[in-house]
Design a protein. Sequence first.
Length: 745
Amino acid sequence: MINLRFCVAAWGLAMGCVVMLLTASSQTSLAADLTPIQIAAVTHEGPVDFEKEVLPIFRRKCLACHNATEAESDLVLETPQSILKGGSEGPAVVGGKSAESLLLMLASRQKEPAMPPDGNDVKAKPLTPEELGLIKLWIDQGAKGEVLGTAAPVAWQPLPPGVNPIYAVAVSPDGQYAAAGRANQIFLYHIPSKREVGRLTDPSLIESGIYSKPGVAELDLVQSLVFSPDSQTLASGGYRTAKLWQRARNSHKADLAGLESPARAIAVSADGKWAAIAEDNGKIKLFELATGKVAQTLAGHSAAVSDVCFSVDGTKLVSGSQDKTFRVWTIADGKEIVNIETAAPVNAVAFVTEDKQVATGGADNLIRLWALPDPTAEKSEEAPKPVKEISGHTGPIKSLVAMSAAGTEMVSGSQDGTARLWNVAAGTMVRQMSHGAPITSVAVRGDGQRIASASSNNTARLWNSTNGQQIAELKGDFRTKIEVDNLTRAVALAKREVDAAKKDLDEANKRKTAETDNAKKAADAAKLADEESKKKDEASKKPLADKDAADKALETAKAALAKADETKKAADTELAAAAEALKKAQADLAAANKGDDQAAKDAAQKAVQEADAKNKATSEAKKKADADLTAAQNTAKAAETKVTQLTAPAQKALDEKNAAERALTAANRSVQRAGEAVKAATDAIPMFDAAVKQMEEKAKQTEATLATAKTAVTASEKPVLSVAFSHDGAVLATAGDDQIVHTWS
């Protein structure tokens, strides 16, 4: 299996290569990092065998995607014919022309995309030069060949002894059965009785010859198990298989056909070979259980046969009838060997004291013990009399059964509502068990430790024979009771779900109310924030205007100061120039005065006068500029002082205004978010309301189903007419007016 799985995985990987190869064949440029693989020159004697030499290469590196099942790009590389046919991109190979064959170009990485691609999932490596050379030679030889062989089927073998792990278990929803997958077997267990009830068998596994004995469900280990909700179907998962197993309801092996009138009683021989059925018409049908056919019809009674019983050794049958007789028959030939008339109609019969005596239960409330006559002895003319009459019951005897094969003790059931244990030899009562209603049938378990009684009051009861204490009361169909229990829990759960849904709805309404209240608070807060913002805006206007005016005045004062400073600097320059000009003129006059040129003297004198006048004028201008500068400095200083004085109040007003605006913005965001929260809370309510209605409807339906189930429980409780133990004593069967055979642990 491991090799097969690996091959399939590798196969799948390599196929992807060819898909990429062919679907991208239109690309003609090589990738920068695509290194071509050299194609080796292969020396080969004779033609290349495709099936033996080329196909194995494709299986390792190509067939995962290009097989008949997974034909990517419609290309199949399993045969030369399918390869030459090509796929959706045309032929992969051109016979006789390897240089024109796309398959070879991509496999040798002469063209993109490379095959197989790097980093593929199954780690398939690029084709080797020798593999490429062999494929090239095959193509050049015409790409011919045939594929004659087929893949060998999986050769299954039985699991080796000792391999029995349990990988899967399941419990039926009704809690009655458990399934366990042990190796390739599925075991079924009855949970209440803790007994194995069988192993599932897949007939096809027996037919295949892999296994010869029943009890195998899968070829490989059982991996998973699960029951259906109704507990009637079991699903199992194995190696690539899933199987459904159906539990048949009301199944039986065969019908015992051939009765001429309603059946009154049935008995089965200890060896399981024979079944005797008593009829209303006085006949007894003896069936061979292996064939289900009537072996003999025992006729002789003139009225309905009430009861039949086989001897322990299975050679004789005793019958009791409403004709006031009991008769003993030989099974081998169906002959009547005993015919004894009693004082009252016989309702019940049983073999006791090692088949040497017959006990009869009569409509006259008495149990009679009869000695079986010696068949070899001469018949007496005197009518047989009972060995012993046992009294005590106050109602007709309805059922008799021996406690053991020895028959030293027996149990009787009567319409007086009691089951009684008797010592046969002494004819005395050992123990009494009160059913509380007319008893229709009694049975004894093989080990004599348990007694069962059935009654017309719709119940069967199980007793401890050693102390006469009741162990259990059985009535109705236990499956309906289980269903009631399940539905009771479901109703309780549904009510909790309703409560939870209502709580969620209440919470949703509370959330809506809370979000609505929050939205109102947010709106109120936003209104206050808006009022405060307007108030702060109004309050900030004068401080900000005053500050703005002061800033402008300061700006004007600074401009005037700058201008005055420039004027002073110009005046200083002009004054210095005038002083220098005056000094020069005075020097020129002094020089002229030393000479005799009067005109020069006069001119120099005039120049001195003009320079002096200009110096004086410039000196006056400088004084004015100094005064203007001082005034401008004072004005600027005053303006700065005022700005300083107004800055703090203005900043405070501005801060308060900005804070109020931020608060208003936040309040508006809160209003928006609160509105969204209210909408979300409002929109959620219909969903929770729908959930409440859904849960209430579910609870209502579950309660209705529970009421129906409870009615079914009551309806299933009908008179129990017969009771019997299984051969191994592990199961008790009851049957009655409900026409169903119930089995109990």
